[in-house]
Design a protein around this ligand. Structure first.
Ligand code: NDP
Length: 434
């Protein structure tokens, strides 16, 4: 903490991992002898840069850009870009740190990175978004490349932003390096299923947790927070598997529809019209809208899928979910549960799928997008979806096996952390003191 003062989210992410590594460090002294922990928590590189741009009134605006290139032991740095006013070094480092282990769990050859800016896309015109992203990429382009560092989307960065970023990269660097970014449009090197991958992946993962207990999504009641990329496709897949999704949210409030949410309305409002989720009740008068997003966890449900942002489930929310009989929690967002909340879920024997395992489907399909770009071919939706399904099943199995091997059967927090850690740590040892 002395070395990274005030970086609370980064401390939280590191603590979650280190606490769970105790049994593996005890069994294999090589990790301590090689100072793996000391090296792991120090990013290989943290780039911070000025992003000046001109708004629609002709005024110069200045934002701050970030890229953390955390660990390249098993492949080029890989991780999304987040545009949100809350972005700072702590947020980017927590996300980049988690990404190292998540990427290792996917079994794809990708290292850990993350980036973004404190730019707020809300209320900005299309032209402002373009001018900002072009300025951002003008600097970022110096540090990335298909074999170096491959960014993608995250909060506030979707298909539109990736398109503008890709256009500017191509213009600066010349040539057509399709593999420099993932999440691209299907017409210019994107992979089918990438848009759906994180949300579908969370549901595939939770489905594995349920299956082990003889349960399923069919007939269950589900709450999904957020209404962005991850949330929308988690709602879609859960509904396809027979669940009734009764609530979702945005950063202003949440909607409750006891008949089950109408996904087409949500897709249009959020993906096309870029409106607030409160608009839903105008078209569905039976549904209810509540201001403030944290109240969503007070609705009784069988399965909770937090898919909005970090620390959205605190101790109090976790207690309410448990009291209301929640059976499973699958983290679609990164670090959506506080450490206290995770403890409550684990102690109450709620099935708990931690983010770095449960939401790895997005980056896994990003790695498949890189493969397709390298091979200059495109797989079908069904092919990619089938690969995603297998990857999520394997992450579940490997995490469960690691948890059992190291004395915490059923604890996927410990299992995912250990499985991801060992792969990266062994590669670091093999590559010497770097
Ligand atoms: P989007 O920008 O598409 O959606 C984010 C959603 O969360 C929006 O509904 C947004 O509401 C809401 N939200 C954002 N910030 C807050 C906040 N502070 N409080 C409450 N709600 C908030 O992002 P994604 O769906 O891509 O990402 C969601 C989460 O999933 C993030 O934690 C991200 O890191 C993680 N993730 C994403 C992956 C991906 O493939 N996209 C992969 C793995 C993890 P509003 O519209 O009001 O801003």
């Amino acid at each position: 903490t002395n070395r990274n003062p005030g970086e609370n989210e980064f401390h939280q992410a590191v603590k979650e991992i280190l606490d769970s590594l105790v049994p593996v460090l005890a069994k294999y002294p090589k990790y301590m002898e090689n100072s793996i922990l000391e090296r792991l928590v120090e990013p290989e590189r943290l780039i911070i840069f000025r992003v000046p741009w001109i708004d629609d009134q002709g005024k110069i605006q200045v934002n701050r850009g970030y890229r953390v290139q955390f660990n390249s032991a098993i492949g080029p740095y890989k991780g999304g870009l987040r545009f949100h006013p809350s972005v700072n070094s702590s947020i980017i480092k927590f996300l980049g740190f988690e990404q190292i282990f998540k990427n290792a769990l996917t079994a794809q050859p990708i290292g850990g990175g993350k980036g973004g800016s404190d730019f707020d896309p809300k209320g900005k015109s299309d032209n402002e978004i373009m001018r900002f992203t072009q300025s951002f990429m003008t600097e970022l382009s110096k540090y990335i490349g298909p074999d170096i560092d491959v960014p993608a989307g995250d909060i506030g960065v979707g298909a539109r932003e990736i398109g503008y970023l890709f256009g500017q990269y191509k213009r600066i660097r010349g040539g057509y390096e399709a593999g420099v970014l993932t999440g691209k449009g299907i017409g210019y090197g994107g992979s089918l299923t990438r848009t759906e991958a994180t949300g579908y992946g969370v549901v595939y993962f939770v489905n594995e947790m349920l299956k082990d207990q003889g349960e399923s999504f069919d007939g269950s009641t589900v709450i999904v927070s957020g209404s962005g990329n991850v949330s929308i496709y988690a709602i879609e897949k859960a509904t396809q598997l027979g669940a009734k999704v009764i609530a979702c949210s945005d950063s202003n409030g949440y909607i409750y529809d006891e008949d089950g949410l109408d996904l087409e309305t949500i897709k249009r409002l959020k993906e096309v019209e870029r409106k607030r989720i409160s608009e839903y009740v105008k078209e569905h008068p039976n549904a209810e809208y509540y201001e403030g997003c944290s109240g969503i966890w007070s609705i009784p449900c069988d399965i909770a899928l937090p898919c909005a942002t970090q620390n959205e489930i605190n101790e109090e929310a976790a207690k309410i979910l448990v009291a209301n009989g929640v059976k499973a929690v699958g983290e679609g967002a990164n670090m959506p549960s506080t450490l206290d909340a995770i403890e409550i879920f684990l102690n109450s024997h709620v099935l708990f799928g931690p983010a770095k395992a449960a939401n790895a489907g997005g980056v896994a399909v990003s790695a498949l997008e890189m493969s397709q770009n390298s091979m200059r071919l495109a797989w079908t939706f069904e092919e990619v979806d089938a690969k995603l399904h297998v990857i999520m099943e394997n992450i579940y199995k490997n995490s469960m096996n690691a948890a059992a091997e190291f004395g915490h059967p059923g604890n996927l927090v410990v299992g995912a952390n250990i499985a991801g850690f060992r792969k990266v740590a062994d590669a670091m040892i093999a590559q010497g003191v770097i």
